[in-house]
Ligand binder design. Structure first.
Ligand SMILES: [Zn+2]
Length: 241
């Protein structure tokens, strides 16, 4: 009887653990998605900034070019040849500077292109993850329903074990011992008796007690580990799964 009870509780504990791991999985995906979203936003902001800078710089360059052109036209009207030459030197220096700035802008535009590719890839990844998370949560919803169904069924089964034993002192004592052992070992409060010893901690039972466990089905608490000692496999229920 205690074995049947322990078997049901073991399954209930399994459901609890499965549910928890499902929760964790969903949570992880949510976090991942959030992080991806955050990263995506940062990238987009960066792209926006760089684009603006590049555009501004392009305008400035065009203005500068126009200015140089104008100065050159003005210089061509100068009557003084020497002044003309000086201005021309200045202008060609300005043009050199301009070329350098143009190179910088080109590099920046390159960077903008690369960044745009990254942003697109990132958006794609985000979309995929989102779709996956949605599928996962649908799948999980079904899993949760199955957990609930199994849980209800097991709880009914568990309650039925107590039917007809309401006034049974031996059963009541056994359940009390069992509950106490379960507080300490939620997932395995029982231990087999092997060669008169507890299979969990190898503590030897007194021979009389071992006999009572084996032949009278007495429920005994192991003085070593606190688990309930049960006879060597009898039903075969325990070892399966
Ligand atoms: Zn023990």
């Amino acid at each position: 009887m205690i074995e049947a009870l322990a078997e049901i509780d073991r399954k209930l504990f399994g459901i609890f653990a499965e549910r928890k791991s499902a929760d964790r999985e969903i949570d992880e995906k949510k976090q991942e998605l959030l992080a991806l979203r955050e990263k995506g936003l940062q990238l987009e902001t960066l792209l926006d900034q760089k684009r603006k800078t590049a555009r501004k710089e392009e305008h400035a360059l065009r203005d500068e070019e126009v200015k140089i052109q104008k100065r050159r036209e003005e210089a061509s009207n100068f009557s003084n040849h020497k002044v003309q030459q000086t201005v021309e030197r200045e202008l060609s220096h300005s043009e050199d500077q301009l070329r350098k700035r143009e190179e910088t802008v080109l590099a920046l535009l390159d960077e903008v292109d690369q960044l745009a590719v990254r942003v697109a890839a990132q958006a794609d990844q985000k979309e995929k993850l989102q779709a996956f998370a949605e599928r996962l949560s649908i799948g999980m919803f079904e899993a949760y329903e199955a957990f609930d169904e199994r849980e209800v069924r097991l709880k009914k089964e568990r309650a039925s074990l107590f039917e007809g034993f309401e006034g049974d002192a031996i059963w009541k004592d056994a359940v009390t011992l069992y509950d106490r052992a379960r507080e300490k070992y939620p997932n395995g409060p029982l231990a087999r008796l092997v060669n008169d010893s507890c299979a969990a901690c190898y503590e030897k039972l007194r021979p009389q007690l071992a006999l009572e466990v084996r032949f009278k089905g007495k429920v005994v608490r192991c003085s070593g580990c606190g688990k309930l000692v049960i006879p060597e496999a009898t039903s075969g229920v325990e070892k399966s799964e």
